[in-house]
Design a protein. Structure first.
Length: 150
């Protein structure tokens, strides 16, 4: 299979559709926590704002400046995080990382939408961008929980 065909498969219609319709796009006015993550390799960046109520994400916003793969991953994250606990978000991050780097299984629901990014396994230079939104969400949730306990 040629490199061009591989890239066409990587940027599937589903990935491009997700990238064009990212849930919870935009910043929160007064979030409990904010984290910005940037991929030094490609320059993609994601800023996540969130609020936590009773141990679950109750409000979520994100500013996404990333490639189509990073945008698609942010779309899956945005569609899945409201109502999740820190353990669920951490498990999704770990499973996505394992899926990309170690041929692990697709993350479980509600993050099973990450399966659309399975073709990116072979493109290690894209992994950091794909992980930005979920990693920023994990860090922001940790900050919010610490602030809530203070």
């Amino acid at each position: 299979m040629s490199a061009d065909t591989d890239l066409i498969k990587l940027y599937s219609g589903r990935i491009l559709a997700l990238a064009a319709d990212i849930p919870h796009l935009g910043r929160l006015d007064n979030p409990m926590a904010t984290v910005k993550k940037r991929s030094p390799l490609c320059g993609s960046a994601v800023t996540v704002d969130l609020d936590v109520t009773d141990g679950v994400i109750s409000a979520f916003g994100q500013d996404v400046k990333a490639c189509a793969l990073g945008q698609a991953a942010a779309a899956v994250t945005g569609a899945s995080v409201i109502g999740c606990t820190k353990a669920q978000v951490d498990a999704a991050r770990d499973a996505l990382r394992a899926m990309l780097k170690n041929d692990g299984p697709v993350p479980s629901a509600p993050f099973d939408g990450f399966e659309v990014l399975e073709p990116a396994r072979d493109y290690k230079n894209r992994h950091a961008s794909i992980l930005l939104s979920i990693e920023a969400t994990c860090e922001a949730m940790e900050k919010a929980l610490q602030a809530d306990c203070a």
